[in-house]
Design a protein. Structure first.
Length: 228
């Protein structure tokens, strides 16, 4: 059992054959850029599947909903403010942005907008659960892939890697803690929590960790560390 669940103990982002030597790299190798784009596409697709499932939004959307209940802001503007606030937390955590940070915002939003026009919807509760589960797992796998490119993380992923470096705790548990905190704060402010929200909060950390674990086993390492 320990060997099966060993991915839950992952504590670093592996430096793989395609990883950029540093996040702030404006001329990455084509392979590095390719894995970044692949990971972001999967991440955005997973988010879109979760939305299409209709079983509940992601924890950060719950938080955005809660903020809108106490301001005149839209959910989109609330999300922007929350993301910007998280980036300020990068400073004491010594996280470095890169082109991946910018592409994270652009590509994920674009994929969600495009994919939602084509993804089927269902009213069946069990199908919604399975649909949401697929969405969360796809998001986590995509997150692991794009993080190994080491071209800069999105706001939430940078917070995750920064806190992981600070605490030394496994990636899965750090990410779960972040997502559960967002859910609890959002819910306390009046945000709506659904089954999909809980699936995301509890499974996104293990999904990212599993993706990193598999990639580190299948691809030649240049070492390990926290490259974000």
């Amino acid at each position: 059992m320990n060997s099966i669940l060993s991915f839950l103990s992952v504590r670093t982002i592996p430096l793989l054959s395609w990883s950029s030597p540093k996040p702030l790299n404006f001329f990455p190798k084509m392979a590095t850029l390719g894995y970044l784009l692949l990971g972001l596409l999967l991440f955005g697709l997973g988010e879109a599947i979760l939305i299409a499932a209709g079983a509940g939004v992601s924890p950060w959307t719950v938080l955005a909903q809660g903020v809108t209940n106490h301001t005149d802001w839209s959910i989109g503007f609330s999300t922007f403010i929350i993301s910007g606030s998280i980036l300020f937390l990068w400073i004491p955590l010594k996280q470095i942005p890169g082109i991946g940070t910018i592409l994270n915002v652009i590509i994920i939003a674009t994929v969600i907008e495009f994919a939602l026009h084509y993804l089927p919807v269902t009213e069946d509760s069990f199908a919604q659960f399975l649909y949401g589960l697929v969405g969360v797992l796809t998001t986590g796998i995509g997150g692991g892939i794009y993080l190994t490119a080491n071209l800069g993380a999105g706001p939430r992923d940078g917070l995750m890697t920064g806190l992981q470096c600070l605490t030394g705790a496994p990636v899965a548990w750090v990410r779960n803690g972040i997502e559960l905190s967002a859910v609890l704060i959002g819910w306390s402010l009046g945000g709506v929590v659904g089954v999909g929200t809980l699936l995301f909060a509890f499974l996104i950390g293990p999904s990212v960790a599993f993706s990193l674990f598999v990639l580190s086993k299948l691809v030649s390492d240049r070492g390990t560390g926290a490259p974000i």
